[in-house]
Write a protein that binds this ligand. Sequence first.
Ligand code: FES
Length: 490
Amino acid sequence: MSKLLSLSRAARLAGVSRGELQKRVRKEGADTFEGKLTVEILVSLYPHIDMEKDPVLERVQRIKREARPKAHYSDGWMPDPQVLMTRLKEFQHTLVQTKSSLNASENLLNETRSNLQSALNASEEELPAEVERCIQRLSRAIDRLGRASDAKATLFAKDAMLKIVSASVRLLPSGHEFFIEGNDSILEAGLKAGLYLDYGCTGGNCGACKCKVVSGAVRKLRNHDYVLSTKEQEAGYVLACSNTAISDLVVEAGEAGMSEALPHQQIRAQVKKIELVGESLALMNVQTPRTRSLRFKAGQSVSVTTEDGRTADLYIASCPCDGRNLQFIIFKEDDVDFGDAVFDATLARQTVLLEGPKGGFVLQEDSTVPTLFLAKEGGFSPIKSLVEQAITIDNAEGLNLIHIGGNPADSSLDNLCRSWDDSLDNFSYTSTANDISADELAQLILNAATDSDRTEVYIAGPAAWLESVMDAASRNGLDTGVWYTEATDR
Ligand code: FES
């Protein structure tokens, strides 16, 4: 069998999301082998691989911008990242040509062998004409060699390029996969991919991110205080927070499962920015210290206490893939004391104490089915976090967000939801009037979840509203027994 590609790598080569590729595979009934695809099947699904309009190359541009030359590169023996990437791009084109020529040469040799074989069977009188025909075919094929370019060669060249700019990591025993780009550590890249990898300090002090490299090569990014025993080092253990990958890796690492509680944490963090969204909403951005990010799952909450003792339990509205920069959505009427401090900007630049996380309204693990998110008022915070996590993991075939009442028009939250809809092939966003009836909403869900038997539904909002929606959905024939719900205070 020809080379097998993991879904993550195949999606990157085709320039589509993993969810989009999964949908295509299912729709076309394409064969997969333990979740992997052959190059031939990928080419048959996406025959026109475009090297220029390639999200991988766009990411390369970002990496170039973020690239910080190391001290030992500053003596000028290496070209700057911009020059290096341009040369690599040129090299990619050369590689396509070369690989295409090689493929075509292989075909030509096989063709010539079979032509000569048939010439051998010709009668003596026909032999010169047969040989003449062989020579003519050979000449035409040689002419074509220089112009050869095929989809398989393009894939090969893109794969080679990918391996230069990023390494893939496969985790055991989960089988989760992600890519390491730029100067990210294994831990940073895993968290950015939306995985709940085990870690503590992120700075090489606690040893909680210890993992075993089963295959591939790593490079230490920084010295660390935590000491690995000689036996551990010999067995291939490294700290995920202090190492990056040189080649593709297979790593045994601890991950928190969906139902597994994360450690209770207490972290002092700073309120970086308060942004008013319309008249009754505010976005509060909080940043933890560089060496201490908050481990949480999408959909969970923390208790936030101000320096003067005001406390509120708040859902984290941002993605757990960034545990340092947290976002909270505050309603003016709620937790009056706390809300006042947000709306009159007293809290800006203050230190707050975060305690948690808590709550079990989290994404189902490794689910690939279409997913529908439904939010009203306070329910938008956990739903926003779930949506961001689902986009990051990129497992679901399709994502559908319905926001009752929506966000204030042209606000950053409104623009964010619309940008998801605009930029993601498999994302759909609808905002409705605030007073939409439960039955109308049930109909909207039925329309949105055309494949309702396979759709996973997450719904969050005020308790009474939640109850009325569940009743109406059941009356309209939807199986609400499998829905995941969260009743919020408002
Ligand atoms: S997270 Fe603490 S040592 Fe890596």
